[in-house]
Design a protein around this ligand. Structure first.
Ligand code: ADE
Ligand code: ZN
Length: 326
């Protein structure tokens, strides 16, 4: 078929993926073995069978268990390289990787171990995988403001190895306002700002991510479709939304991909993009997200072009690099 071939072949940027969510069960077992960490599952197959979720929290619990096998800088390097190789195979020419140091410092690792391993993979990406990659640190919103400040302090000595700051984990009950001061500080320090908002949480969280946290991009943002004034604001100000269709399906934000709002977002002139979120857990990398979404919503080449174009416009690539990418 013509449409899937076009979707697979077109150059695209990925702007919403958690590198810890790219850890495939086989690799989880390999790391567990080399680091002598016990796993709760007997086999990679058993791990895969455990990937059935009711909502965001049920996923976060399993995702957290998977991160326990990560111990060394080399683990983070190897995990990121495995993702970059898959991204290259999907014709991703630029990727912005989310990671959360707090998960790993909570297990006794240093922020430096995490960032240095991931950053070395990003530096090797052009030569090894024919693409560019950069890092965005997400604060965990179920933890406190003080812990986010502490996390920010820990990465300051690592300087420009991190291009941006984001906000992830359990959304409902942890509104953006909780992190107003630490985002203001991160902005002063020159970090690009993004936040997960309107995945399971209400449209009000998207408003406050914009107006209180002053983010440049919204991660997910699908709940904006319940608020016409917000849809208009996002379209007018060309605020990008990093939408993750297979994630939304697996976490039951939508009962089926045929119900997904990304087609309507594009129709409304919103700068929507397609991304994989946690590809090892949600059943697919970029091209799988594109092909399944296009089939379910019967989208065409015009939307394909718009989504690819949106992904580069929404990226944090420098202007010079961008001219080369497009
Ligand atoms: N961390 C990893 N994936 C996430 C998601 N989809 N929402 C919030 N936090 C996450
Ligand atoms: Zn996410």
């Amino acid at each position: 078929e013509r449409m899937p071939a076009l979707l697979r072949a077109m150059p695209k940027a990925e702007l919403h993926m958690h590198i810890e969510g790219s850890l495939e069960p086989e690799q989880m077992f390999a790391f567990a073995q080399r680091n002598r960490v016990p796993l709760a599952w007997p086999s990679a197959q058993a791990v895969r069978e455990a990937y059935v979720f009711d909502n965001l929290q049920s996923f976060l619990d399993i995702y957290h268990a998977g991160t326990l096998v990560l111990k060394t800088e080399q683990d983070f390097y190897d995990m990121a390289c495995a993702y970059l190789q898959r991204a290259q195979a999907d014709n991703v020419t630029h990727a912005e990787l989310f990671f959360d140091t707090q998960t790993h410092t909570g297990h006794g690792l240093s922020a430096e171990t995490v960032v240095n391993g991931l950053h070395r993979a990003c530096m090797d990406a052009p030569a090894q995988f024919g693409m560019t990659a950069s890092l965005i640190l997400c604060f965990l919103r179920h933890l406190s403001e003080a812990e986010a400040f502490e996390c920010l302090e820990q990465v300051l000595p690592l300087g420009d190895k991190i291009v941006g700051i984001g906000l992830a984990s359990s959304e409902v009950g942890h509104p953006p306002e909780k992190f107003a001061r630490v985002f203001a500080r991160a902005g002063q320090l020159g970090y690009r700002l993004v936040a997960h908002a309107g995945e399971e949480g209400p449209a009000a969280y998207i408003w406050s991510a914009l107006d209180v946290l002053k983010v440049e991009r919204i991660d997910h943002g699908v709940q904006a479709m319940t608020d016409a004034a917000l849809m208009q604001r996002l379209a007018q100000d060309r605020i990008p939304l990093t939408v993750c269709p297979l994630s939304n399906l697996k976490l039951r934000v939508y009962p089926s991909l045929t119900q997904h709002s990304i087609g309507r977002m594009l129709e409304a002139g919103m700068v929507a993009t397609i991304n994989s979120d946690d590809p090892a857990y949600f059943g697919g990398y970029m091209n799988e997200n594109f092909t399944q979404t296009f089939a379910a919503l019967q989208l065409g080449s015009q939307q394909a072009y718009q989504l690819a174009r949106n992904s580069f416009e929404a990226s944090f690539i420098g202007a010079a690099e961008r001219a080369l990418q497009m």
